[in-house]
Design a binder for this molecule. Structure first.
Ligand code: DNO
Length: 412
């Protein structure tokens, strides 16, 4: 697989020169300064692409070209927004970029409750506590029907079987010890720091993120799972002619976490879901971002089986792995451990297509990363260690499979 890295543009403290030193070949990025819903012009794309190439790298994948909420809930201006999307796609293709990662998650992109959860070795990782998230929903967001929905929520143990956890009881316990400061920290973690850099919906510095959140949730009132399916199909069918015309590969990112939250339908969480959207629009340009991390956070998923089944429609891979605790909470595991089995995944994807772009995802925060203001999950040293581990896996697997590969940047 092509060794790529998510880079947040020229303001990223991690420079392209640093990435070259650690064996990165391709860049995954976006025009982070273009407001949500506006066209990415050819000039802007060209400018960033030239900058990347000037540093000896290539712009391999766009992550993300965001699908605006109006397309997801079928608002009155969705067709206009789809036209904007198509124009950006054409401009990207004209500049030689042919892979787009996007998601179809309503309101909330990825979610975690703790961004610096201590590991036994003194590093920290992202963590999702189901009761803390439920507390946010019930006591901070105060969503109508939240309590009832958490009463029905079935948590799964690592074996994928319901573990009988009583979330509401834990939320009530938690509520006794929460303070305004702790509430604030939870809002920062769930809304600001995780969404801030990935979606145009929320930004660092938003003064009333919770109110904003409620307004966005309102837009989805009455949108069922079937309706969201319809809306995704409508979007994909509308853009497919452009994909064919300019050979653009669309890769939807699975929902993270891969289960239903906040009363919103989430439709890319498991085998049936993936099967559904691939069949609904059976064109090779409608494909998947195989995010091993998001999929492994769901104890209902067998990640290796999913990879075997869907490798032929995967155009981009995120390599990371989650650990699911007996109570159903999850955290990021080492890239050599956890539920995802990255070694087997590397075999599957190398066999299918050794040129497939892959990036390591969500590294640990370690050895001073915490003081450097990186985006949550996107540390430098932690991700560099993960990339080193993954490069080792790939070198071994390539040897097994007889695939020739030369690590760039060396004399041999
Ligand atoms: C989180 C990321 C996601 C991803 C988007 C793609 O770290 O994996 O935010 O970029 O969902 O649209």
């Amino acid at each position: 697989m092509e060794r790529t890295w998510r880079w947040f543009g020229k303001n990223d403290r991690i420079t392209l020169a640093m990435l070259k030193q650690i064996g990165v070949e391709g860049i995954v990025t976006a025009l982070h300064d273009v407001p949500l819903g506006e066209v990415w012009t050819r000039e802007k794309i060209h400018e960033l692409k030239t900058y990347i190439e000037g540093c000896g790298l290539r712009w391999s994948v766009v992550e993300s070209l965001p699908v605006t909420e109006t397309i997801k809930y079928a608002g009155p201006d969705r067709d206009q927004q789809i036209e904007v999307y198509k124009e950006s796609m054409r401009n990207l293709a004209a500049e030689g970029i042919h892979t787009i990662c996007y998601n179809f998650m309503p309101v909330l992109d990825w979610a975690r409750t703790d961004l610096l959860h201590a590991n036994p070795n003194g590093t920290s990782n992202l963590y999702f506590s189901i009761p803390e998230f439920a507390y946010f929903d019930i006591h901070i967001l105060k969503r109508a029907g939240a309590r009832e929905s958490w009463a029905d929520f079935k948590t799964l143990g690592p074996d994928g079987k319901p573990n009988g956890r009583n979330i509401l009881k834990e939320v009530d316990e938690l509520a006794k010890n929460m303070t305004p400061e702790k509430d604030h920290a939870l809002i920062e973690n769930i809304v600001i720091k995780t969404q801030g850099f990935v979606s145009g919906n929320f930004k660092e510095g938003d003064e009333h993120p919770v109110e904003l959140f409620r307004e966005l949730l309102q837009l989805y009132r009455g949108i069922t799972r079937d309706q969201l399916h319809e809306n995704m199909k409508y979007f994909l069918e509308a853009i497919m002619p452009v994909c064919r015309e300019c050979d653009m590969y669309m890769c939807v990112h699975p929902d993270d976490p891969p289960f239903q939250i906040l009363g919103l339908p989430r439709i890319v969480t498991c085998d049936d879901d993936i099967n559904w959207f691939l069949q609904a629009v059976p064109d090779k340009h409608n494909g998947l971002t195989f995010c091993a991390g998001s999929l492994s956070a769901g104890a209902h998923n067998n990640v290796v089986e999913l990879a075997r089944k869907y490798a032929s429609r995967t155009w981009f891979v995120h390599l990371r792995s989650c650990h699911v605790f007996p109570n159903g909470d999850f955290t990021e595991a080492s890239h050599l451990g956890g539920r995802a089995d990255l070694i087997e995944l590397a075999r599957i994807f190398e066999r299918t297509n050794p040129a497939l772009p892959m990036r390591v995802d969500h590294g640990m925060t370690m050895l001073g990363d915490e003081a450097r203001g990186y985006n949550a999950g996107y540390s430098f040293l932690g991700r560099m260690l993960a990339l080193g581990q993954v490069q080792g896996i790939l070198a071994t697997v390539d040897r097994e499979l007889g695939i020739a590969y030369k690590q760039p940047g060396f004399f041999d």
